[in-house]
Design a protein around this ligand. Structure first.
Ligand code: BES
Ligand code: MN
Ligand code: ZN
Length: 515
């Protein structure tokens, strides 16, 4: 989808469709800009709204065909609810619903009025573009028949030339954020027979090349030299060779901070010898959603050029049962020397993340580390399919991530690291067991990871619920959601302004606590 901006009175915009937003207040009495449209259509806008008793609730969409009267064939009206309740997410959903309607009506070019006047123009533009791109996302790579209705171009209509500059800026950010999210969705939607660890390593290499990122892919032997016994234990049962991926983005100017982002990269989770039942295994191609998000974020960074050094880390493997698989009762030694007794081979994510965290601590030494993982069914039980769980050993880091998620329109709820539950991870033969009792499973998993974060400020996203949706959502069809990409990008972008001001270049490599 090509995205452009222009300044023109709405009645003169040329496109296959024009999308306007309508607040509840506007629906009762059309404001001047829309009254002009109504007059130009011979009062048809008002009569359709009246006939349908259109209340302009957020999410409501209607349309009229007016090719005989206007330079755009279709007028689409998206409700945005009461004016004071208009948030970027309301605009995202209105953009998504409205542009989807335009597509379904056969439009190829859509002009979008910059509605939602309470918010700054660049934020409105970003939200509308995110909604338009994500709301029309489809995954048809494996289908013979491709959809025939597609939007080629989105034209954002700014009210004046001064705002157009801001709108262009916001639209560009929205485009980068949405395309990154779609990139992650594609990776997760593609099946595990194609998206294996080698494929993830190839994607990482492609992403790095031409974008100035550094990439290292470590093979099994090198991981063994690092002492990644936990990661390699999980990999032991698979015919697919494991890959440890390390991508680095270095800003052109001084780096305000060094951040490591780790993504769980289980390209298929059969459960190992503790095999999952069929219905539990069915969706397990999505167990690399964290890795997909990390690849998507790293890919977008050069376009956004934040002043932070970012390291993307993925320990990629399958978790399969076989004669060479790791067994319940085995003891594995992680890269930091901690030994782990295997209580259940299906609690594999934390094992691969343990080594990725240890690697970060000893070889990257970041100022902070964030991991993204489809880690526990327990988190889905706790928060349902729409909300990720957040755990952190650092309150400021947690709060900054919660704000970023809010701004990005992704639901995130902090859960507690309850020290008393740490004893549930005790083992008779090793330093830790990889599982605890059923109750509080998301917490136990997070407590396990915390052991490997050491003294790094660390945050963990359990995205097991929102990574994949069984039904269509406002911002995308059923399937992979690309969750956490926009939260992380928002987060990394905010580190730019706040941190740059106090980054003396002499201090560059010194570890500083985030404020
Ligand atoms: N990948 C799963 C977690 C998961 C479950 C993600 C459902 C998405 C939907 C993870 O590796 C796993 O199997 N976790 C087990 C842990 C248990 C054995 C302690 C779980 O949650 O059941
Ligand atoms: Mn598992
Ligand atoms: Zn898993």
């Amino acid at each position: 989808m090509k995205i452009s901006t222009l300044t023109k009175p709405l009645a003169e915009v040329t496109a296959d469709a024009l999308l306007i937003g309508l607040s509840t207040e506007d629906a009762a009495k059309l404001p001047t800009t829309l009254a002009v449209l109504d007059r130009a259509t011979g009062g048809r806008l008002k009569s359709v709204l009246d006939a349908e008793k259109f209340q302009a609730r957020a999410g409501q969409v209607t349309h009229l065909h007016i090719a005989d009267r206007m330079p755009f064939g279709r007028l689409i009206v998206a409700g945005i609810g009461p004016r004071r309740g208009v948030t970027p997410d309301v605009l995202r959903r209105a953009g998504a619903g409205g542009v989807r309607r335009a597509r379904d009506l056969g439009a190829r070019t859509v002009a979008v009025a910059l509605f939602g006047d309470r918010l700054p123009p660049e934020r409105r533009a970003q939200a509308l573009v995110e909604g338009a791109v994500l709301g029309t996302y489809t995954f048809d790579r494996y289908k013979k028949e491709k959809p025939d209705k597609l939007i080629d171009e989105l034209r954002l209509v700014a009210p004046d030339a001064r705002q157009q500059r801001l709108v262009t800026e916001g639209a560009r950010t929205g485009e980068i954020f949405a395309n990154a999210t779609a990139f992650a969705r594609d990776l997760v939607n593609a099946p595990a027979n194609d998206v294996h660890p080698t494929h993830l390593a190839e994607v990482a290499t492609e992403v790095a090349h031409g974008r100035g990122l550094k990439v290292n892919v470590y093979e099994r032997a090198e991981c063994a030299e690092f002492g990644m016994g936990a990661f390699l234990g999980v990999a032991a049962g698979s015919e697919q060779p494991p890959k440890f991926i390390h991508l680095t983005y270095t800003p052109s100017g001084p780096a305000a901070r060094r951040v490591a982002v780790i993504g769980k990269g289980i390209t298929f989770d059969a459960g190992g010898l503790d095999l999952k039942p069929a219905d539990g295994m069915l969706r397990m191609k999505d167990d690399m959603s964290g890795a997909a998000a990390v690849l998507a974020v790293m890919r977008a960074l050069p376009d956004l050029s934040p002043s932070v050094e970012v390291h993307g880390l993925i320990a990629a493997t399958e978790n399969m049962p076989s004669g060479s698989a790791f067994r319940p009762g085995d003891v594995l030694r992680a890269m930091n020397g901690t030994t782990i007794e295997i209580g259940n081979t299906d609690a594999e994510g934390r094992l691969t993340l343990a080594d990725a965290l240890a690697y970060a601590g000893s070889r990257v030494k970041p100022d902070e580390v964030v991991d993204l993982a489809t880690l526990t069914g327990a988190c889905v039980v706790a928060l349902g399919p729409l909300c990720s769980g957040l755990f952190a050993n650092d309150n400021r880091l947690a709060n900054r991530l919660l704000s970023a998620a809010e701004a990005a329109g992704e639901k995130l709820w902090r859960l507690p690291l309850i020290d008393e539950y740490r004893e549930n991870l005790k083992s008779d033969v090793a330093d830790l067991n990889n599982v605890g009792p059923r109750g509080g499973g998301a917490i136990t998993a997070a407590l396990f990871l915390k052991e490997f974060a050491g003294d790094m400020p660390w945050a963990h996203f359990d995205i097991a619920g929102p990574a994949f949706t069984e039904k269509d959502l406002p911002l995308g069809p059923k399937g992979a959601t690309g969750i956490a990409v926009r939260t992380l990008l928002t987060y990394l972008m905010t580190l730019r302004g706040s941190a740059r001001a106090r980054s003396g270049s002499s201090q560059r490599r010194a570890r500083r606590r985030p404020r």
